[in-house]
Design a protein. Structure first.
Length: 137
């Protein structure tokens, strides 16, 4: 398509030469800048192949660096979340231990009360007044 536009001239060619370009989706601003510089109307103002290569390699390195930085941030966030989760788990574990201790204490109190009731019932099977009544009769 570009070959037919470039060689045929016309409105499309003039709009490209004027910098009025519809960029394909996914083109970075840097890549658009490189293409614009290659389309400069003055040939002496256009970059050399070596300059374009260097610029593209710099962009590739920059994008790789940015992706690595994003990965590092992602993993740092995961570490923080993991630490927060561990802290929360530790807090919950301590709370569970407190609740278990409280339940054990309640169980001990209930057993003690039950044993006290059992001792009371063994000493006075029909109640204290029954023995007194028999004694006085």
């Amino acid at each position: 398509m570009c070959i037919s536009i470039c060689f045929s001239g016309g409105l499309e060619w003039e709009s490209i030469r004027a910098g009025d370009i519809t960029w394909p989706e996914g083109f970075s601003d840097h890549m658009c800048g490189i293409v614009r510089s290659l389309l400069h109307p003055e040939p002496d103002e256009r970059p050399s192949a070596e300059e374009v290569y260097t610029h593209v390699m710099d962009l590739v390195a920059l994008e790789a660096e940015q992706k690595q930085h994003e990965k590092d941030l992602y993993f740092d966030n995961l570490k923080i979340q993991n630490e927060n989760n561990l802290n929360e788990m530790e807090r919950l574990k301590k709370r569970i231990e407190v609740l278990e201790h409280e339940n054990r204490m309640k169980d001990l109190r209930l057993r003690a009360e039950n044993e006290e009731d059992a001792l009371h019932n063994n000493h006075f099977p029909h109640g204290h007044n029954t023995h007194a009544h028999h004694y006085w009769s």
